[in-house]
Design a protein around this ligand. Structure first.
Ligand SMILES: *Cc1c(COP(=O)(O)O)cnc(C)c1O
Length: 450
């Protein structure tokens, strides 16, 4: 393969990419007017292009990068692992990185979720949780439990099974005929508060919708799947932890599994290592991916309880969970995850993030109080606000123009429609935080002014 470009010019890379690479989540024709940036290298919170321009990765490269690009500690761990074992199959074999990672994650749940099942991407972890839930009930003699419940505005990935429990019209509608219908219940999104209601009131109202559904159909329902605290891809909708506490009670009372999809909100993103810690509960299944490998390698996993594990434990092979992926438990990815967990411990990351978050929140005050901004919100290392636009249909155009203008200001940001958000890596310096806030304000005003 010829890796030497005929020309190292930015425009040559763009042209070659557009000819042969089909980019994700993109109407390729939009690249006739929307820039495509060939990344040459990354360092810390910054990505660099071939012309030496840099971009602050304010969204952690789709929410995966926790400790910066080319992180010295993760790099060192991977180089060491590369010379030991790059990969071995995980059926019939095991290895140190996958064992240590499973033990450490279990420890982080106080051993409530003591069994880890591995895959490579988030959507696969969701598929695993759905299949495991259904199969656990079936093995327990409750094969009528075949239905799933998701929340309005939920996002759980793009494969056929994960899309079935996703409620984002733009991603789902085209494939409607292929999908098995799920029950969609009210969102606890605090923005839906009626006059005089608190976020907790909204949580109670949304939980009442779950109670109603469980009351009618629990004998047919295997599980409810929730993105705890923040529904990210649906537009950074935040809710009160009370919702999770109430749904946990309902799941116990009606014998329905609770699946928490912490693919985006796990790994410290909301302030605690697992988002559900803020509600004082554990689910029956917890999905992790994205940040778990520090943003280095594809890795996902589902953690579950002893009771679920025991439902499959038997001399009978057909009672086993026969799901697998070729790269299940890849040693390099697990080693990147171990290096990531080590950084959390060594640097007391959850505590230093509190200070980091306060600084950025304070710096964002001019945006929070801007006349064209509604619902400025923050949880942990996630910030979001909604733009007042002439009509909701203007969101897609706003988002593309914002992305392009942000690049001119050395920022990588991709608003979700009119919702501007930041999910930066956990390494921003004070100077980078202040610069991010100031430049975001400039971009925002320029996009609205043009
Ligand atoms: C990103 C995401 C997924 C899907 O993960 P992929 O690795 O993109 O398949 C699922 N759930 C949530 C909450 C996510 O944010």
């Amino acid at each position: 393969m010829n890796l030497i470009p005929e020309s190292n010019e930015q425009s040559a890379w763009v042209e070659r990419s557009l000819r042969s690479v089909w980019h994700p989540c993109t109407q390729m024709q939009h690249h006739e007017n929307t820039p495509l940036i060939p990344v040459s290298h990354g360092r810390g919170a910054w990505l660099y292009d071939h012309e030496g321009r840099r971009y602050l990765d304010a969204i952690s490269s789709w929410w995966v990068n926790l400790f910066g690009h080319a992180n010295a500690r993760i790099n060192a761990a991977l180089k060491d692992q590369l010379d030991r074992l790059e990969h071995a199959m995980l059926a019939g074999f095991t290895h140190e990185p996958v064992i240590c990672l499973s033990e450490q994650l279990s420890q982080l749940t106080g051993h409530a979720l003591g069994h880890c099942f591995y895959a490579s991407d988030g959507a696969s972890a969701v598929e695993i949780a759905l299949k495991m839930s259904f199969h656990a009930w079936r093995n327990g003699g409750q094969s009528a439990k075949q239905e799933f419940v998701c929340l309005k505005g939920s996002y759980h990935g793009e494969t056929i099974g994960a899309l079935a429990v996703t409620d984002v019209a733009l991603f789902k509608d085209a494939y409607g005929p292929l999908l098995r219908a799920a029950h969609v219940v009210a969102t606890p999104d605090a923005r839906t508060a009626l006059e005089g209601e608190t976020a907790q009131d909204v949580a109670r109202r949304a939980a009442a919708d779950v109670a109603r559904l469980f009351g009618e159909r629990a004998q047919h329902i295997a599980a409810i799947i929730i993105e705890p605290l923040v529904q990210c891809a649906g537009g950074m909708a935040m809710h009160d932890p009370l919702y999770l506490t109430l749904v946990r009670e309902l799941c116990d009372r009606h014998q329905v599994h609770m699946i928490l999809d912490e693919i985006a909100v796990g790994c410290g993103r909301t302030g605690t290592f697992f988002a559900c810690e803020q509600a004082g509960i554990w689910p029956d299944f917890l999905c992790l991916s994205k940040g778990i490998s520090g943003g280095y390698l594809p890795l996902s996993l589902v953690m579950t309880r002893e009771q679920v594990y025991q439902a499959f434990y038997s001399p009978d092979v057909t009672r086993a969970f026969l799901h697998s992926h070729s790269y299940t438990g890849n040693p390099l990815a697990c080693r990147a995850a171990l290096a990531t967990l080590a950084i959390f411990a060594e640097d007391d990351v959850l505590r230093t993030n509190l200070v980091r978050a306060q600084r950025l929140t304070a710096a964002l005050a001019p945006l929070a109080n801007h006349e064209r901004v509604r619902h400025f919100r923050q949880r942990g290392m996630i910030w979001a606000f909604d733009t007042v636009l002439p009509d909701p249909a203007a969101g897609a155009d706003f988002s593309r123009r914002f992305f392009a203008r942000a690049l001119d200001h050395e920022l990588l940001m991709r608003p979700i429609g009119g919702t501007v958000y930041m999910m930066p890596p956990y390494i921003l310096s004070d100077e980078e935080s202040d610069g991010l806030a100031a430049r975001t304000l400039d971009v925002f005003e320029q996009v609205l002014g043009t």
